[in-house]
Design a protein around this ligand. Sequence first.
Ligand code: ADP
Ligand code: MG
Length: 218
Amino acid sequence: MIHFQNITKTYRDSRSSIDALKDVDLDVEKGEFLAVRGPSGCGKSTLLMISGALCRPTSGIVQVAGEDLASMSVAHRARFRAQRIGFVFQMFHLLPYLNILDNVTYAASFGRHSEARIRALELLEEFKLDARAHHRPADLSAGERQRVAVARALINRPELLLADEPTGNLDPESADTVLQLLSDFHASGGTVLLVTHDEAAAQYAQRTLRLRNGTIEG
Ligand code: ADP
Ligand code: MG
């Protein structure tokens, strides 16, 4: 599902340059649940963003879901991201002026608005958020907000879910609920890449990979 070959990502400005990833080789199989751990600054988010076509590597080959990301046009990348990948972030990134239902519906990249709304309502019901559908994010607890973010990530039925510290702002109980949703997605055949520095979170994964200073350990 994800294939990295010799991936290097260098962030440069006029004064300095940082290798966030150095010659990383990585393969994530379709249907796998992989956790990536490591200290702050080791390159976890960079790895996730490259996997999700949110940023380009400086060098190396990256293929996701059988597509070579480097050769895609900008429009193709945007469509690929929207239709085939779901993202969940530590800070939820919900739109504050839209209610919960609209936050989820808005992300749909298929069909008519009415179909998207039905799918969004199904997800909200499944995630026990239907009673909150017409509230704005500010009315919800952190755990509920992250469940909304997972619903949004799943609305297009992606093959791959990329989660960057999704439990970083949650209490242990809410964290477990959110991780269980990722597990359910995995059980239904989805591929999950979970970036976390939380050991408990990593236990939901089948395999854990450690990053240090931009390289994979071991
Ligand atoms: P992690 O998610 O593990 O904390 P990141 O992938 O965010 O690590 O960052 C890896 C390294 O790259 C860090 O040293 C960070 O400061 C640096 N970095 C990340 N993004 C940028 C950027 N846009 N510009 C410059 N440096 C960056
Ligand atoms: Mg990070």
